[in-house]
Design a protein around this ligand. Sequence first.
Ligand code: ADP
Ligand code: MG
Length: 726
Amino acid sequence: MASGSSQSSLQFIKGVGPARNAALRKAGIETVEDLLYYFPRGYIDRRTTIPAKDLRRAVSAGQPVTVIGKIVRQEARRSKRSNRVIFFLTLEDATGHVTCVWFEGVNYYRKMFETGEMLAVSAVPTLDKLGRPQFVHPEFDRLRGGEEEDEPDWNAMVNTGGMIPKYSSGSDLAQAGLDSRGFRRIIRSALQSHASVIQEVLPKEVRMHQKLVDLPAAIRSIHFPGNPSELHEAQRRLKFDELFFLELMMALRKRHRKDAMEGIAFRIESPLARRLADSLPFDLTAAQKRVIREITSDMARPEPMNRLLQGDVGSGKTIVALMAMLVAADNGYQAAFMAPTEILADQHYRTLASFLQGIPVNIRLLIGGQRKKLREDVLEDARSGRAQIIVGTHALLEESVEFANLGMVVIDEQHRFGVMQRALLRQKGANPDVLVMTATPIPRTLAMTIHGDLDVSVIDQMPAYRKPIKTAVRLEHQKDKVYEFVRTEIKAGRQAYIVFPLIEESEKLDLKAATKEFDQLKNVFPEFRLGLLHGRMKTEEKDDIMARFKNRELDILVATTVIEVGIDVPNASVMIIENAERFGLSQLHQLRGRVGRGADQSYCVLIANYDWFHRNRRVAEGDVEREKQQAQVRLETMVKTNDGFRIAEVDLKLRGPGEFLGTRQSGLPEFRIADLVEDGEILRAARNEAFAIVETDPELRMEENKTLRAHIKQRYKSIWELGDTG
Ligand code: ADP
Ligand code: MG
């Protein structure tokens, strides 16, 4: 966002000399604009700031509060009991005293403060041994050091409703005097002398419509809000900006693609699809019918379709995709169906072929491990147009694969394929329609941001006969009972999965752990046939084990997490997940989705070993309780619901968007202020406005949109360029 113009150079800000300038640059703050967009990480708020005399009352409330006072005493003392050095700091305000205590980092803190200095300290107050209120390891913020004249009277603030911004800082910045207080000073002076670098960017229409405060006012208030509602409006405005420009990029990209490409307008009357529908042993669900309508009406249009089909595991996406492929076939076009692994490609091929029994459609499979002769044959069928549906892995993307007239592309499990691969496959035809299927439910807000340029269809209903999977949590010491239950189910003719987590320390260790676990389970179940599946096996070995499990040659499949998404063994009715506390929520849900695919009642048992968090070196001591609690929430959520979208929402809340999606593949922008979990409503409003603008002015040439165009080109340069490849 560096504009580099000299009047926005930081050197001109009062209080910024060469040293601070350098420290700021290092932190990525190069211009006045950057500085003004360096938003506070929080505020010291009148509502939670209390006089010291009221602390005792706050102890029982158990909520964090802030006290503002002057340092009157500091002391590092060795505790007789623990023989540790403890640091005490006592503050005084007009009404009394409060003592702050640090058990850790004592050497750091004892050099930190000066007696006489004003501090704001925040924490949940507790009582010390003598029953006096204290703050243990509080957050603190330095206030007036005495030298500045222009800062407010902090004591008075408690009564006037002012809010003090708190800024994050790092050691380099702090050393240059830019701790939270330092930032407050230079940002205040930047706002006084350089407020004009902030110019309104949103069209007046949009601002009026959304009742947004103007940008200069929002920037001022985000730093120095007069009161909570002013702050709220500033935040809403700035969040809106971030989301609006993201959605504007999406709208432009989508529009651009549609305009630039002429696709195929399919006739959607399809005798083949009708025959399939008539031959199905079940009725399509209302949700399946609806998404088939959405897909075929896209197909009928001349622009290329780019649609995401979301549906929980078992919701019946395959048949929907097949309907679309048959429409293509009836129009004389080929369809390609791409799966992420060979096992899945093979399984899809078989499923599709069995649906197509008695229907004259030529379907072929193309995967890496095929014999040369067979492969040549498949390639020839693809090239000549004889093959109407070709199922495969990314082998389909290879150069040697040519299609006579590819009109429809279906991609399963889109998370594993990038935008580039989608584009590659698209190029194998003349702008074929693309349908991307995913069983990883993504909450709507996220879907709108990462797939904002795709149209989205959702199958939000399960086939009626399917019974919800019964899920329970058991503790480690109850394992024997769980195994007993597995035994009963297998004796009743079913099969079971037993899954355990990767150790992740080294491949060798993993292999050892997997083998050890397997041997133990063989001892537990001597009367049954067990197979082991783990990540270190070759593809053929894995395929072989899976095939034997499918054919009921194995009763129990012991596996690390490699059991693929989408593997379908209807007779398997029990899923046992060991050390379930270590799995992420979406992962648990995916694993559970391996059962419940047949007509039998299925079960999922989550075996929890919460002690693990105490033993795991990677979990910091202070985080153990929080980690445990989160694990409990995950497992309870699994017990409470089978609904993948509900689960995804909880997961997103627990982990945040970056981790939820895996930052690498998410392509998500870093937001400064917007929060995809909290700001769904603002996102929807921003999206509507952005898409409406692009609808009427696709190139942003109209007078009222000129600023937008300029702003995008300057600030979102990289995304702007991406618009040509997506
Ligand atoms: P997904 O790919 O969404 O996980 P599938 O397409 O594999 O789900 O469908 C799961 C199972 O449900 C398959 O055996 C499929 O034949 C069956 N199925 C699909 N739609 C229906 C329906 N409407 N009624 C009953 N069974 C269905
Ligand atoms: Mg499927």
